[in-house]
Design a protein around this ligand. Structure first.
Ligand SMILES: Cc1cc2nc3c(=O)[nH]c(=O)nc-3n(C[C@H](O)[C@H](O)[C@H](O)COP(=O)(O)O)c2cc1C
Length: 505
């Protein structure tokens, strides 16, 4: 891309990892200075959600809320670290375990939750009501009267405390913060459906109004998404999940360390602008290479099609177990995945319509999946030649881009991480930034990373259910990934999910 670039494209360009400059980026981290991953409030009314995790309580409404928050972002592991301290891991993964996201709840006033503002505190699994006033109408104003808020009583709000992630990843943290939050939204979509809610994602809100509503300054901490929780799990997608921001081409010289706040500010929405209505989440097959080898991942036979679905057990019990036990794999053996496993992973991620009978939503919300493409680097999948493929989600087939065993190159491209080399398959989510910015202004950058993280979470959960290993990777040599794997240059790589056979610890 040539200058002048929209600020989001400029940010992307400037935060690329490059073999020539990566050494200058590595800074010594003082782990004693790592920011706390927990936000505290001094005053408020505390609602303990722990008792409702016990089955004999018989308080279904509390139980639903308690489980939804636990499955989405609750603490699920405690690991001893130096100095007799512990590190707490959560149901959603987070780059570097830094957990920049926070969850708030806004109640219109229900039997359970008096009107007001609540903060979810994972360390104690509590909701803390820190503000008692009625603010639903302000929420509706801040979300430009979004239809999903009309009949609902409860909304969740995710925010980012930027410094938690900036501390380690500097300007590039913005990408990881939105990928992390996307994983969290993936959990909220699934946990919501399991607990009798229909989460409606709202990405187009007035940033200043939303921040003010939660008493946030918008610099240290800012709102990243709003989720209306409809009490009808079968209700369909409502209204636009996205609104555009302006495109900023007029920014002055930006010094290092200021790229992140500048992009965040530039992608704020001040007034509602309309976007052309689009069909929600319609999958398109963007690439079809002439004479390329195609591998069908679907079948004429109903029995085979059934085989490629993931079974989440009676009443989705196994999905709940999976969400609680999910961990990022630290090492793979290098052994092969089966083709059927790859089929199941992609089936659950891209074809929610196959999971209605199991009790999940057929059309969970995303921001705009039509902007996201998927490439698969295969190093070890039985019955598949090694190489890079485009995954055509509608046709459900893999289309050859380049044939070669890329293990060593993948090791290098993933900044020398063994996960890249030893995985059986790596999923690359990409987007054409120019096209995305043309549709949503600089705010597209947020939507793309949120959606890539959301898809990544479905891959994570599917992998764990199949007994496979999985880990996200957000640090890679951007341009070289396209070059080596043959991914078209217009496709900016957003995120990598590695999949393989886990090595026992
Ligand atoms: C956006 C994102 C990027 C990540 N990048 C890497 C990575 O480059 N290398 C790695 O080993 N793990 C990576 N992870 C995994 C995290 O390190 C892991 O989620 C965190 O340590 C918490 O552990 P858990 O996932 O087991 O709960 C990433 C996770 C996310 C969500």
């Amino acid at each position: 891309m040539s200058r002048p670039l929209p600020i989001s494209a400029y940010y992307h360009q400037q935060t690329k990892y490059d073999p020539e400059t990566i050494a200058q980026r590595g800074k010594q981290l003082d782990w004693s200075q790592q920011p706390s991953a927990f936000k505290a409030y001094k005053i408020g009314t505390s609602y303990d959600l722990k008792p409702y995790l016990e089955l004999d309580k018989n308080e279904p409404d509390w139980e639903a809320l308690s489980y939804m928050l636990l499955l989405s972002y609750g603490l699920t592991a405690k690991i001893p670290i130096m100095g007799g301290k512990y590190m707490y891991l959560r149901s959603a993964p987070s780059a570097g375990g830094l957990y920049p996201a926070e969850i708030y709840l806004i109640s219109r006033g229900t039997k359970l939750l008096p009107a007001g503002l609540y903060h979810y505190q994972p360390q104690t699994h509590n909701l803390l009501r820190f503000w008692d006033d009625h603010c639903w109408s302000d929420l509706q104003d801040a979300c430009f009267r979004h239809p999903a808020l009309e009949k609902t009583q409860i909304a969740l709000v995710t925010t980012a405390i930027f410094y938690r992630s900036v501390w380690r990843y500097e300007d590039r943290a913005y990408r990881r913060i939105f990928l992390d939050t996307g994983h969290l939204l993936g959990n909220i979509n699934l946990a919501g459906a399991m607990q009798g809610f229909r989460p409606h994602l709202i990405g187009g809100f007035g940033d200043r109004l939303m921040n003010e509503l939660l008493y946030l300054d918008g610099e240290e901490e800012a709102v990243t998404s709003v989720i209306a929780l409809s009490p009808d799990p079968r209700s369909s997608s409502k209204g636009q999940t996205t609104l555009p921001s302006p495109v900023d081409m007029e920014y002055p010289e930006i010094t290092e360390g200021n790229l992140l706040p500048t992009l965040h500010r530039a992608s704020e929405i001040i007034a509602k602008a309309s976007v052309p209505p689009r069909q929600p989440n319609v999958l398109e097959d963007k690439y079809n290479f002439p004479f390329c080898t195609k591998i069908a991942l679907t079948s004429e036979s109903a029995e085979d099609r059934y085989e490629s679905r993931i079974d989440w057990g009676e009443d989705l019990e196994e999905l709940e177990e999976t969400m609680l036990k999910r961990r990022s794999t630290r090492n793979y053996t290098g052994e092969d995945l089966t083709l059927n496993e790859l089929q199941q992973l992609l089936n659950f991620t891209y074809h929610p319509e196959n999971y209605i009978e199991q009790g999940l939503t057929s059309d969970p919300d995303y921001f705009d999946l039509s902007l996201i493409e998927t490439f698969v680097a295969v190093s070890g999948v039985e019955g598949l030649d090694s190489g890079c493929y485009y995954y055509a989600p509608k046709a459900q087939e893999l289309r050859q881009v380049r044939f070669k065993n890329f293990r060593e190159e993948l090791h290098y491209l993933c900044l020398g991480q063994n996960l890249g080399r030893d995985a059986g398959a790596l999923i690359f989510h990409t987007a054409d930034l120019k096209q995305a910015v043309a549709r949503y202004g600089d705010r597209a950058y947020r939507y793309l990373h949120l959606d890539a993280g959301n898809l990544g979470q479905r891959l994570n959960l599917a992998a764990i259910q199949l007994g496979l290993g999985v880990s996200g990777i957000a640090g890679f040599f951007d341009d070289q990934v396209n070059e080596v794997l043959g991914i078209p240059d217009d496709e900016a790589v957003l995120y990598i999910t590695t999949l393989g056979i886990p090595k026992p610890e």
